[in-house]
Ligand binder design. Structure first.
Ligand code: TRP
Ligand code: ZN
Length: 851
């Protein structure tokens, strides 16, 4: 549809744009099918750029007129943009184009959602609004005039309001910005408003804009915004820099949210919340996303990216910052464990499969395909390692220098590393490989003990990939501790810097052979390859002083027993069951932490672990192992469950804070186990009594898994029919909790439900995303899971290529499985690849996955 022959873009081809943009004036005359966009852009020659032809990006635009310095010009148009002759001095470009927001289902550029106009420009959506040098290193100030109608009483854009009146509004953004940060919203909206006074005493108006009816879901988001603003002042010394900060909630949105300058736009699922309609996890995610987008004001907007290869410059750093914020607002140990679980579930498979790419990629066809767990989450981990290596003071000095030196610029990873070198004197040449090499290093460990000297020898190895055929050794900060056999710590947390392929560290004058506690705090995004004994893991589970490695010991015990059970039908390991019982009884431990202790590695992660050992994973056997172990755990813990359950009750009204949500998380895990013993009686009671969505949904999940809950599902639907976000949960839950042999049928039936709407990404993901996320269901041996997903990806691609391409990642692990499954997966992928008019987004993904 878009391109006959997709082109590959290379980092090494970077050249600056030949002109500077001194100022942009835009006028929008809104109409659903024929919005007029008038642009007036002041260009001047860029003294730092090589000579080049004048070219402006522009896609799906109807050109009405174009002129230079007031005189009409001849233009050459292609599907990608426009060229024309320009003077060799400064000039003013004016153009008028017409666009059709009502038919824009790709949700990129200017589009409509429930009668509301909104925009999404990152990465390259601005070129669907008007002709422009749509690249992040071209920065300018923008003045925007919006002319609307009675249907658009509220009209917003970036920056500060200038004036407004009957049917129009004008905005001016004084901060130069790239076009990807442009935003416009117009429609019938109501605001929850508040104010914030910055550290230097400036008063900022805060507004959270929603559709009438959603006013009751704004309070939490507003509090999160104020906390974020305060935190960035306290921790990074960063103040907000405009008179207003607007957030808008939109129902149809491709991702979580977008950091447009002064006008953040959010997927409604990432900002709207109330106790009745949202779970504790929703609240926590909303707090983090509000913070993330707000933090972009400095890391992304004031300092932006030179080109899209540098995406991790803003995303890795901003994820790192939002993780620090969450750790400060909630529990740091719990956040660290959640992040490790998430990285293993989403980033490790990417880094170990056909989609592997460096944190800073060096080539792409469609940049939208590189908003990945590697760029975001591994990008944040790399900054965490950097901070560990240079220390807290070094990190602070480097960040201060970064803001000082680069404010107002479009930067690269080289600029970023340079401030660390300059601020700390450390040579980061080898460290840079974390940005330029793909793949997860595997670190194996050998121990030696003799005459009071204990030696640890580490070996690192990264699997070659298409992106990085010959990986070199990386700098791995390995945080460790040593424990005495009685449980005392003989060596407190110490960071070993592994730089060689193989490297030894000696610890002398020890009274007894120590037990090592390795990769404390998950100090590097690596796989630790160590066949520790069951006894040693049980010992660490009981005694480790580091909260991460203590959790990890329990997790590793669970993983080992599950793998043994899946591979050869072993029985659940007693060491695991007994260890869990001891940990759960320990009421000095945070309930949220104990809830994490009870979690198992994901079934997909178990499949990955088997594949790493050269064993072909069998999804049905993995499913069965998990079921059996959960049942054994329920029986083994039977006598402690009632006491635990009592401990998880909360007093007073619902609060989505760490304390209450931790209790509910543990309560949820306990209910899951109880359901295996009582057939769902407790779950049914909890469902009936619950006055918040966390308890309701948890009870409903247990009931469905127990093969019950039909009445409750019907009641739930009747209650919440009017609430899109709650109905998304209703769609998702039925699929996620279904038994493997039923998943495909349940998902298919839901795609035929009158409320299924493939044009709404949230609903599509709630349904087909849940299918893809059900390991045993999606990887059904007869290929029915692959086929159903492929059918829908083929259908969605012409409507919304970006969301379709993201969901292709469900196939990224296809080569792990047996020949039968591989055959079905390949057939499904081939069928997608052979689809006529496939988007550039999806064709790149399928081509890489098949390679
Ligand atoms: N920059 C956004 C963020 O990280 C993410 C983003 C990129 C996005 N492309 C998008 C969001 C398209 C919505 C739609 O916060
Ligand atoms: Zn971001």
């Amino acid at each position: 549809m878009r391109d006959a022959a997709p082109q590959t873009i290379y980092l090494s081809d970077y050249t600056p744009f030949g002109w500077l943009v001194d100022k942009v004036d835009l006028t929008f005359i809104l109409a659903p099918h024929a919005t007029r966009v008038k642009s007036r852009i002041a260009f001047s020659p860029n003294p730092d750029a090589p000579a080049q032809a004048f070219f402006l990006h522009g896609e799906e635009l109807k050109l009405i007129s174009a002129s230079i310095d007031g005189t009409a010009v001849d233009t050459q148009l292609t599907a990608q943009g426009l060229s024309c002759q320009v003077p060799d001095t400064a000039f003013v470009w004016e153009a008028e184009v017409e666009i059709d927001p009502a038919n824009n289902t790709a949700l990129e550029g200017l589009y409509m959602s429930n009668g509301m106009y909104c925009t999404q420009c990152e990465a390259e959506g601005f070129r669907k609004i008007t002709f422009y040098p749509d690249r992040p290193d071209v920065m300018s100030t923008f003045t925007v005039r919006i002319e609307g109608s009675a249907d658009t009483p509220v009209m917003l854009s970036n920056g500060n309001p200038v004036s407004s009146g009957d049917g129009f509004a004008e905005w001016h953004d004084p901060w130069p910005k790239p076009a990807y940060l442009f935003a416009l919203v117009a429609g019938e909206l109501v605001a929850q408003s508040d104010r914030f006074t910055t550290a230097s005493g400036k008063d900022v108006a805060l507004n959270l804009w929603v559709r009438p009816g959603d006013e009751g879901k704004c309070a939490f988001g507003m509090e999160a915004l104020k906390k974020s603003m305060k935190w960035d002042e306290d921790v990074y010394g960063r103040e907000y820099d405009l008179e207003v900060f607007n957030i808008v909630a939109v129902d149809d949105f491709n991702m979580g949210a977008m950091e447009n300058k002064g006008l953040n736009i959010f997927n409604s699922s990432a900002v709207l919340a109330s106790p009745e309609t949202s779970t504790d996890m929703n609240f926590e995610r909303i707090e983090a996303i509000i913070a993330h987008e707000y933090f972009h004001n400095w890391t992304g907007n004031r300092i932006t990216c030179r080109d899209w290869f540098q995406l991790c410059l803003k995303e890795g750093l901003t994820v790192f910052r939002d993780a620090q914020f969450t750790s400060d607002m909630r529990s740091a140990p719990v956040k660290r464990i959640q992040d490790a679980i998430d990285l293993r579930a989403r980033q490790f498979p990417e880094d170990g499969g056909p989609l592997a790419h460096p944190v800073r990629p060096d080539q792409y066809q469609e940049i939208n395909n590189f908003y990945t767990a590697t760029v975001y989450e591994k990008g944040a981990e790399v900054i965490g390692m950097l901070k560990r290596l240079v220390g807290d003071d070094g990190y602070k000095a480097a960040l201060d220098l970064y803001f000082d030196r680069h404010d107002g610029q479009a930067c690269t990873i080289e600029d970023w590393l340079q401030v660390f070198e300059d601020a700390t004197g450390r040579d980061l040449a080898q460290f840079k490989r974390w940005y330029t090499q793909a793949g997860t290093p595997r670190v194996s460990v050998a121990e030696h003990w003799a005459d009071g000297t204990y030696t640890l020898t580490f070996r690192q190895e990264t699997k070659p990939s298409a992106a990085t055929p010959a990986p070199l050794p990386q700098v791995i900060p390995m945080a460790i501790g040593l424990l005495n056999p009685n449980g005392d710590e003989v060596l407190p947390t110490t960071v070993l810097e592994i730089t060689e392929e193989e490297q030894s560290f000696r610890f002398e004058d020890l009274a007894a052979r120590p037990v090592p506690s390795l990769l404390r705090g998950f100090s590097a995004p690596v796989t630790l390859d160590r066949d520790a004994t069951t006894e040693e893991r049980a010992f660490l589970l009981a005694h480790d002083t580091d909260s991460f490695t203590r959790w990890e010991a329990g997790n590793a015990l669970a993983q080992q027993t599950l793998l043994d059970m899946a591979a050869d039908g072993a029985v659940p390991a007693a060491a695991y069951l007994d260890g869990m019982k001891a940990v759960l009884r320990d009421d000095s431990l945070d309930p949220a932490y104990r809830a994490l202790m009870l979690s198992f590695p994901t079934q997909s992660a178990l499949a990955g672990a088997l594949a790493d050992k050269g064993i072909t994973p069998d999804p049905d056997a993995i499913w069965q192992a998990v079921e059996t172990l959960r049942q054994s755990l329920a029986e083994h813990l039977q006598d402690v469950l009632p006491r635990l359950e009592a401990e998880t009750r909360v007093d007073g009204p619902y609060r989505p804070d760490a304390e209450q949500s931790g209790k509910r998380a543990l309560g949820g895990a306990v209910l899951g186990l109880l359901t295996r013993l009582d057939g769902g009686a407790a779950a049914a009671a909890q469902y009936a009594a619950a006055d918040n969505m966390t308890l309701k949904l948890n009870a409903l999940a247990c009931l469905i898994l127990a093969g019950k809950g039909e009445a409750q599902l019907a009641e739930f639907y009747d209650n919440w029919q009017h609430d899109r976000l709650v109905i998304d949960k209703w769609f998702g839950l039925q699929i996620m909790q279904a038994a493997p042999e039923r998943v495909v049928d349940v998902a298919r039936a839901l795609t035929e439900h009158p409320d299924f709407n493939m044009k709404n990404p949230n609903r599509f993901r709630a349904t087909l995303g849940a299918l893809a996320g059900h390991h045993a269901g999606f990887h059904r041996k007869d290929g029915a899971g692959y086929d159903l997903l492929a059918d829908w990806l083929i259908r969605l691609d012409p409507v919304n290529p970006q969301t379709t391409a993201r969901m292709c990642t469900a196939f990224q692990t296809w080569k792990r499985y047996d020949a039968t499954r591989r055959g079905h997966a390949r057939a499904a992928l081939d069928r997608i690849a052979a689809t006529e008019g496939l988007s550039r987004d999806v064709s790149e993904m399928v081509q890489r996955i098949l390679a």
